[in-house]
Design a protein around this ligand. Structure first.
Ligand code: ZN
Length: 473
């Protein structure tokens, strides 16, 4: 229903769909909090050491969700969801009219309501830690504070040095690139990535995303801008990375609660791996430029792979997170993380958000947005109740760099990409990450795939080495 809503359904279908979804959610809650189910799960977990790994993990995760739902009264949850409905509509309007005041009371309400639910779900924990853990199992401020501090200390000076270097020419990425040709290119790129068209469909949406229905039914979307060629290409690579993850989950997990990607962060590690670690590599420029030239000979005919590689890696601070380059991306996440922490604690209120946003933007990125639309109103997340979610984007990037460093010990990563042979890379990921679904926690998955605990230094090293070379620092 969500995929339909984002791609094909007429706009007036929204209220009825919201009612139907609310009824389904209520039914799900009834089933999940059924006393008999919880008793059965508890009995199973009393015998945890007699269970196989899959049954034990299924029981643990199901009980965890059942307990969360049980502690939050049905009317409190319904109230929260109603609030999110009006808050996201208010956000859309506020963004369109560049009027933060329209969103301010709803933003305040969403943070207060989320804090209330977090305290109901886990009265003993800090509410922001509860929200972080709900979005990425095992995450907390105690982990993320030093993680972000480390990134900031390494990246802010690097960005400052790069700002003084000449910018590579990226003008050839802009021009006129007809929609039909971009869509035909998209399908060829999906083929190159090894995405099975019998199990994965492509649609178009305002904000590209991917829906997972089952391991044989994945729906990707992209967005074509006719005035530039790279946005759609990176959308396909990114969403294709999400799709390949779900398509690679072991058949034995079909229909199980474990039959999805391990976490939001782990999912993002796979999408960013295809988008950046593959898609913005030198080898990929060699591979993809001749393909692009077949579709757009006039615009790209005279461009060399070296020029293309430099253009898609042009790094400079910008206002929009979704269009940020690899180097500045995580600083956008940090702005949101700092604000979420302060809003949940009550250190600041919604009315302080534009001022605090702009101040952090200046501090981390060295630029300040001119309007709230391009500043604190740019993302849909808070209006939809996604609080504690942004950090998973940064974690995903860092997981990906660690996975890549380890994969490179076993595979000739760059050689495979320039030869157009992506399959061994996907098979490696399937074997070490994808096939497990939710069988392992994100931390266990990183450990088993790379042989060591999560270590963000891999990410800092990757960015420092790549961008120092690119900008001849
Ligand atoms: Zn993503």
């Amino acid at each position: 229903m969500n995929f339909d809503a984002m791609t094909a359904a007429p706009v007036n279908s929204a209220p009825r769909r919201a009612e139907t979804l609310a009824a389904l959610k209520a039914e799900e809650r009834k089933l999940m909090t059924d006393r008999e189910l919880i008793r059965a799960l508890e009995t199973l977990l009393q015998h945890a050491d007699e269970l196989d790994e899959k049954t034990r993990r299924e029981a643990e995760l199901t009980r965890r969700e059942a307990l969360r739902l049980e502690r939050i009264p049905a009317d409190a949850l319904a109230e929260h969801n109603r609030l999110l409905g009006v808050a996201s509509a208010a956000w859309r309007e506020a963004k369109k009219r560049d009027d933060f005041g329209l969103f301010r009371p709803y933003l305040q309400g969403v943070f207060e309501s989320s804090r209330r639910l977090a305290l109901l779900a886990r009265p003993e924990s800090d509410p922001y830690d509860t929200l972080l853990d709900e979005n990425e199992e095992g995450m907390s401020r105690a982990f993320l504070d030093p993680f972000f501090r480390g990134l900031r200390e390494a990246l802010v000076p690097l960005i400052g040095r790069i700002a003084k270097r000449p910018k590579p020419d990226a003008s050839f990425l802009h021009g006129h690139f007809p929609r039909e040709k971009q869509l035909a290119f998209s399908r060829e790129l999906m083929g190159l990535m090894g995405i099975d068209g019998r199990r994965c469909a492509l649609g178009e949406a305002e904000h590209p995303y991917t829906t997972f229905i089952s391991r044989n039914d994945v729906r990707m979307t992209t967005h074509v801008y006719e005035d530039r060629v790279h946005a759609n290409m990176f959308s396909i690579l990114h969403e294709g990375g999400h799709a390949l993850y779900e398509l690679g989950i072991s058949e034995e997990l079909e229909g199980s609660p474990l039959g999805h990607g391990a976490s939001a962060g782990m999912h993002e590690s796979q999408s960013r791996l295809y988008e950046n670690l593959i898609g913005r590599s030198r080898g990929f420029a060699e591979l993809i430029l001749p393909v692009l030239k077949r579709y757009f000979p006039e615009a790209l005919g005279g461009v060399s792979p070296a020029e293309f590689f430099l253009a898609v890696n042009r790094a400079e601070p910008s206002m929009k997170r979704t269009e940020a380059d690899e180097l500045t991306y995580c600083l956008h996440v940090m702005i949101r993380y700092e604000l979420e922490k302060a809003l949940i604690r009550g250190d600041i209120s919604a009315e302080d958000v534009p001022r605090r946003w702009n101040a952090l933007c200046g501090e981390y990125l060295g630029i300040v947005p001119e309007t709230d639309s391009e500043g604190c109103l740019q993302d849909m997340h808070w209006g939809s109740g996604l609080i504690g979610y942004f950090p998973t984007y940064a974690l995903g990037n860092a997981y990906g760099a660690q996975i890549l460093a380890h994969m490179k010990k076993e595979l000739d990563f760059d050689g495979l990409i320039s030869a157009g042979n992506i399959e061994p890379i996907t098979l490696w990921l399937r074997e070490h990450i994808h096939k497990y679904g939710m069988l392992k926690t994100p931390a266990d998955l990183i450990r088993s795939a790379s042989g060591e605990d999560f270590d963000p230094r891999y990410y800092v090293d990757y960015l420092t080495s790549k961008f120092s070379k690119l900008y001849r620092l």
